[in-house]
Design a protein around this ligand. Sequence first.
Ligand code: ZN
Ligand code: ZN
Length: 573
Amino acid sequence: MLALAAVLLSGMAQGATPDAAFARDFGDDFLDRYWAHNTDAAVSVGYYKYADRLVVPDAAARRRYLAFLDASLKKLSAIDAKTLDAGHRTDWSILKSRFDQERWYLTVYRPWEWDPSDYNVADAFAKLSNTPYAPAEERLRAISGRLSNVPAYYAAARAAVKHPVREYTQLAIEQNTGALDVFGREFEAMVASSKLSARERTRLQSRVAAARTAIADYVDFLKRVDADQGADTRSFRIGSKLYEQKFALDIQSGESAAHLYERALVEKELLHTRMAELAGELWPKYMAAVPKPADRLEAVRAVIDKIAENHVARDQFVPSVKALMPRLERWVTDHGLLTLDPTRPLEVREMPPYQRGFSMANLQSSGPYDPTAQSWYNVSPLDAYTPGEAESFLREYNDYTMQVLSIHEGVPGHYVQLMYSNKSPSRIKAVFGNGATVEGWAVYSERMMMESGWGDNAPEMWLMYYKWYLRAVCNTILDYQVHTQALTERGAIDLLRREAFQSETEATGKWRRARLSAVQLATYFSGYAAIHDFRERLKQEQGAGFDLKRFHEQFLSYGSAPVGVIKELMRPR
Ligand code: ZN
Ligand code: ZN
């Protein structure tokens, strides 16, 4: 009797139900250990328990982290995912992908060796001094503790960097030089007005001085490495093999990069054909006096340039975005696309000054650990622009593309996805959300709105929507060709300018971004294509039984899980 009871009890303790075992092994305790290894990422999600700790990125830390990943993977594979309920099963898959991905970065991809911009302490210090999550003194003490490891941090960086990529070396020089600003005048004022004791203050100041020296030394070291290496630098192109592996691990769509690339090429041709038709249709209205060029792409560009003249006055930009949001919300509801939460309308506001200058609009969501749970659609006012800059900006975000932008960032794009994601109470989903799912949904939501007749099916609206969507398609082509096919700068600029109708500034910026990242530029089209394909297949399978609204709501109910995982959950085999 007793022996039997003991067996039963130990069975219970090991997790009588797989769901209980999963919740026990991968709950808040697990995340706490994860953050203890990743103290920078912890600060960025608003988990401040380890704010005073900076992990020194040396060989010992990499060994410790690898052991942590291996132990976590072992625990995870002890649980049979098929026996978990839907919520835990998604979390299980997200963690599995995450551990595999991080393991591969650490052991195969090894950016810690060839990407010197991997080493930069600025972000966490900036967030700790700018975010009033606690009284200034408490934050300054955390900063002081974190500062004590900065010299060791950069010593480890110098030891790790071997044969780096020149583009990343130069980026690291720029960014680390900028990092010194974090301890500039505002920080000094914060220290001066704080109630730190004289001893604390002196210690903090000497640590700031030591950190400044360490950062400056790292910059000097990188300049020397760059000069010594000369032309013998590691290529920024990662090659087909690594690209496919990275694509599989980062994107998790269940299809190969080569397949997506082929698809993007076909999509580009299709878009050119559609856009040429629309340009032909619009030519008499906008270009009547001008002879139509024989080159179809030139004709498209001419019409796009003309239509872009329809834009609001600079002081009307933010108000007109504000006025658009309730219209988008009503449309989504009236056309049965999704259920919106009427108690949570999207708040549009002027972008706070410290965020300006990077992008013209963003969706700012509260971090997973932020109790305020407030989100905003930030739109940059054009105050800082010269008349010329404002004009070029307003032409880019004209009456038509401004609508696509608000669909993408707001309703039914990022904001709605986030609203649904927040309803699933899983920290794992909030913390380890998949980038291709998030961006793919936003790109898909643009198409969904156009299909439902948004913009009265006006040819101008479709043409501008296609230009916008073509950017996502060409991002994929560019990224793939840069990393696996030795695309030259001239080839890249030609693709973006002539075939995607982009401005010089936009094209040059994109070429730079393609050399400083791999796979990220493919997330937009990849996520979109996976969602769109999946929807079309379900439509075919379910025929008259297919319900668009139900599809959208069910898809979003899995949070930001990888599309491949959501597909499996929505069509159990
Ligand atoms: Zn104008
Ligand atoms: Zn986006």
